[in-house]
Every structure is written in C-alpha cells, then in structure tokens.
Design a protein around this ligand. Structure first.
Ligand code: GLA
Length: 370
C-alpha cells in the first residue's frame, strides 16, 4: 500500500460509459474504425444515451523514438488529429497501456516511462486510460504494496499531466484491489479476468464473482466487472438483457463492446434502455446486491437517490421459472408504485411482494417507487 494516497481527480461521479474496441475487434482497431465508431455513436443516439468515451484498447502502440516518447503504429497515423475528431463529435477519447514493459498483446508498455507517457496522452488530448498489469508481473514482485505503488505512479503522473484523465485499473481483481484501487487514483478497477461472449462467462463473472465487493464502490471509484458483450452474437437477446440489467444493478462502467456501426434494433434497445441505464447512473452511487436466492433464481436490489429501489428478478436456470421479490428482502414496507423497466409499463401499486414468470437466463427488472 502506498504511504501517500493519490488525490481524487474529480471524475466519474457516476460509472463511466462508452465503447471499447477489444471485445469485438482485438487487434483490428484502427484510426478509421474509431472515427466510424464515433460517427455511429452519435448517429444511433448512443452518445446522447451517455456512451461518451470512445476507447482504443491494446495494439495501437509502435515503440519509442530516440527521446523515449511512445509512438503509434501505422494503424494510428495521428493521435492528436483523432482526438480532435472525437472531441468535435462531443465525445471523449480513451487509450490503453501497461505498467509493465509490454502490454498483454505484446505491444510497448509504460514501464519506466510513466510520467513521459502521461504527458504524451495529455498532449494528444486523451481523456481515459486503461492500465493493464500483464507483463508488469515480470518486472515487479507481485505483492500488493508493489502493485499498488506501480498503479499510484501512473495515477500521480496522470494528475500531473496537465489534463484530467479517467483512470481505469486492469489487474483482474487480484490482491484485494477494492481495498486500494481508490487510493492509487483509480476511478474504476477490474474485478475479474476477461469476460467472453458466452452465458457461462456472464454467469460466472456477473453472478458468482461480484458479490462482496459492493463496499468498495461509490461516486468516483467503481468495481468494473469488465466490458459489455451485448450485441456480439454469442448470447441471446434475453441473455444480453440479463447482462445489461446486472451491470446496471452493479453500478458497473458501461463500455459497449460491439460494432455500433452495425447494430440490430433489439441490441440498440438494450444498450439504450434509458430506464435501465438510469439505474446504473443513479447519483446515489450505491452498488446493488443480491438480497435473495433460491436455487437458480435470485433477486437483486439497488437503493436509488430518489428513495426508490431498483429490483431485478433473475432466472439463471435452464427453464422458465416464477420469481418473487419480497419487499422485506428489499427493505421496503407496504404498498408502492411499481414500474417494469424493460416493458416500460406502470404496474400500479403493489403490496408486499411482486412475482413474475422469468424466462430461462432472463430477467424482469422493476423500480419500486419511494
Ligand atoms: C487483457 C485485458 C483485456 C484486454 C487485453 C488486451 O486481457 O484484460 O480487457 O485489454 O488484455 O491485450
């Protein structure tokens, strides 16, 4: 643990939202693609819905020039021009690096160039950095103190860079990152290894690995259960609704990982369901928790700034099931107005509990008014 905490940069009072290249495109990301994605983010309404960060993940890096400055490879001819383009659309640009000598995909990392790289990002007009441990495990001992110090080093460098840059820690949730992620200047930190576009991965990362971390999240500093797979094709729309609902209950960063240029209306509806996104972006910033579980059905709840509660009735099982949310489990008493956030329908006043038939791997998400 570093002795001096890195000052809070004032960012991400609600979980950051945007797009990231990795889940769908890996090394195919390019300047041209990022511009097209920004155009699509504006055209589809994703930007208005809150998805403002356009984040380049790994594989943009070339090496270093004679002065040690990080350089871009031929997929990114001019980062400053790219950021100007993105900013001109009312969006923000994110980038990726590692505290180690190499990134996960084997590209140049920031090891021993932390201040210099932070200044370069600032000069390019970068607004967000994802900092991925990877090869750092080869140059540092993998203790909590060393890892936290390596993250604090970049946290401090970003603060001193002359630009406000959101700081995203990626070290797969190891070494109790929740205990120190905020102290090293992190606005968000990954809680697990990489998500993939399969139900088993969503089920494991979302339902099994997140509970218990809620105490670490709050305005400015969030648990990150990894980027969204919504729309990438490996799950059904029902499963993607579950993915979206759970991430919003978890106050998770919402980084779309699909091709926005080519998005089915059903996927656009999931990513831009205003009522569900509002649960994620609720100003209270209190991460939701599982309040009841019986076999493969479970109920999660999240308290909201207006005194209401968001409640999700999940069915992780292989057949449709009836799920009941008891007001006593949610911490609510008596009769309250209820609204279905996926059907966009008022259900009238409901007393004591709410029961719904939920499809296999599906969700019913409601808001209980104050
Ligand atoms: C790691 C991260 C991923 C992605 C890749 C890039 O696996 O966890 O999210 O950034 O590296 O190489």
């Amino acid at each position: 643990m570093p002795t001096t905490a890195v000052k809070y940069n004032g960012m991400s009072k609600t979980p950051p939202m945007g797009w990231n290249s990795w889940n769908k495109f890996q090394s195919q990301v390019s300047d041209k693609m990022v511009r097209e994605m920004a155009d699509a983010i504006v055209k589809t309404g994703m930007g208005k819905a809150g998805y403002i960060y356009v984040n380049i993940d790994d594989t943009w890096e070339a090496g270093r020039d004679a002065a040690g400055n990080i350089t871009t490879n031929n997929k990114f001819p001019d980062m400053k021009a790219l950021s100007a383009y993105i900013h001109g659309k009312g969006l923000k640009l994110g980038i990726y690096s590692s505290p180690g000598p190499k990134t996960c995909a084997g590209y140049e990392g920031s090891y021993q160039h932390e201040e210099q790289d932070a200044k370069t990002y600032a000069a390019w007009g970068i607004d967000y950095l994802k900092y991925d441990w990877c090869s750092a495990s080869q140059v540092y001992d993998n203790t909590q103190a060393t890892m936290a110090a390596a993250y604090a080093k970049m946290g401090t460098a970003l603060l001193n860079s002359g630009r406000t840059i959101v700081y995203s820690l990626c070290q797969y949730g190891n070494l109790d990152v929740g205990e120190w992620g905020e102290k090293v200047g992190g606005n968000l930190w990954r809680t697990t290894g990489d998500i993939s576009d399969r139900w088993a991965s969503l089920d494991n990362i979302g339902f099994k690995l997140q509970p218990g971390r809620e105490k670490f999240a709050g305005p400015g500093h969030w648990n990150d259960p990894d980027m969204l797979e919504v729309g990438n094709g490996g799950m059904t729309d029902i499963e993607y609704q579950t993915h979206m609902s759970l991430w919003c209950l978890l106050s998770a960063p919402l980084l779309a990982g699909n091709d926005i240029r080519d998005m089915k209306p059903s996927i656009a509806d999931i990513l831009m369901n205003k009522e569900v996104v509002a649960i994620d972006q609720d100003k209270l910033g209190k991460q939701g928790v599982r309040v009841a579980q019986e076999g493969t059905v479970e109920v999660w709840a999240k308290p909201l700034a207006d005194g209401g509660s968001a409640v999700a009735l999940f069915n992780r099982g292989d057949a449709a099931a009836k799920v009941t949310a008891k007001w006593s489990d949610v911490g609510v008493k008596g009769s309250h107005k209820v609204r279905d956030l996926w059907k966009h329908a008022d259900l009238g006043k409901v007393a004591d509990q709410y029961t719904a038939e939920v499809p296999s791997h599906g969700v019913v998400m409601i808001k209980i008014a104050k």
